[in-house]
Design a protein around this ligand. Structure first.
Ligand SMILES: [Zn+2]
Length: 309
């Protein structure tokens, strides 16, 4: 068990959200007051992306510290698109390939000259939403990020549960379809190959040859366009099966959705109906909530994560 909002109400906290496309930093005072925030693109086509990212983060921290009152103590937490393997402290399961297998925590600590608390980005998201967002006040909260990938995290009474391998909540890599698409993790038919924006794009393209994003496909479905309806209905059904199974396994007090696809309103109505059909209880009443902190959940969660060490 790791992570909590522990000492976030005192002192200063730096939070970093490292994503595949952007890197964001925040400096908080007493866990809530924002003193500095900046967002820059994450390098992806550099000859050495890994070193470039380390340099970027070092630069962002230096900038943030110009807003820190003299000689004040601060903590640093970071959310990454991957898992930090507990015994080796190496990054695993990152679909950001240049990060996989790297001693990212140790390298960052060396660069910054201080301890850094690191966890999966979905864990940072659920910590923030469970403590101060849509799922505030619920005991067992499962957070789902559905965007370019599909991740999850688990927060129990305000504490993150990362598990003995650091993979608790990695529900996106439940293989639900042996005949499905190959996932980057090496398995076939993972939830991650179905409940993401790129997955919807691929499904629609297979039927029509056209490349549309999830929002465009959902809009076509609402107008009754045949292929749009087919892809969108399949998406809602996959959501129902995946979330219904999750509820049967964990029976959480609330589920909070984040990522670009959480903006699809039908998930909370038609999607919920499908969830009821698949969960092991006819009258499932688990609240499925839209995130309240939006894009900021990751970076705020990371700042609080840092305060928990
Ligand atoms: Zn997978």
């Amino acid at each position: 068990m790791e992570g909590s909002s522990g000492k976030k109400d005192q002192g200063f906290q730096i939070g970093i959200d490292l994503g595949g496309t952007k890197t964001e930093i925040i400096l908080l005072s007493r866990g809530t007051r924002e003193l500095f925030r900046e967002r820059i693109p994450t390098p992806k086509d550099e000859p050495d992306n890994y070193t470039a990212v380390l340099g970027n983060i070092q630069g962002l921290v230096k900038k943030a510290l110009t807003c820190l009152p003299d000689r004040e103590k601060y903590t640093i937490g970071i959310g990454i698109p991957g898992t930090l393997d507990r015994p080796t402290r190496l990054v695993w399961n990152a679909n950001t390939t240049w990060l996989a297998g790297k001693p990212f925590q140790a390298d960052l600590e060396k660069r910054l000259g201080r301890p850094v608390v690191m966890d999966n980005d979905a864990n940072c998201f659920v910590l923030a939403e469970a403590m101060a967002g849509a799922a505030k006040g619920f005991g067992l909260v499962f957070g789902i990020i559905m965007g370019t990938g599909c991740g999850g995290g688990l927060c129990i009474n305000g504490r993150l549960h990362s598990g003995s391998h650091g993979i608790a909540g990695e529900w996106g890599h439940l293989s639900v379809d042996p005949a499905g698409e190959l996932c980057f993790c090496g398995n076939r038919g993972c939830i991650d190959t179905k409940l993401t924006g790129p997955a919807m794009t691929r499904a629609y393209s297979k039927l029509t040859g056209q490349t549309l994003d999830a929002r465009e496909i959902a809009a076509l479905a609402r107008k009754g366009e045949k292929d749009g309806v087919r892809v969108f209905q399949q998406f809602l059904d996959d959501f129902g099966r995946a979330v219904g199974g999750l509820i049967s396994l964990l029976d959480p007090d609330a589920i909070v959705l984040g990522g670009g696809l959480s903006n699809i309103p039908e998930l909370y109505s038609l999607g919920m109906e499908r969830v009821r059909a698949y969960a092991f209880h006819e009258k499932v009443r688990t609240p499925i909530l839209k995130n309240r902190l939006g894009d900021s959940a990751g970076v705020i969660g990371a700042a609080w994560l840092g305060a928990s060490a």
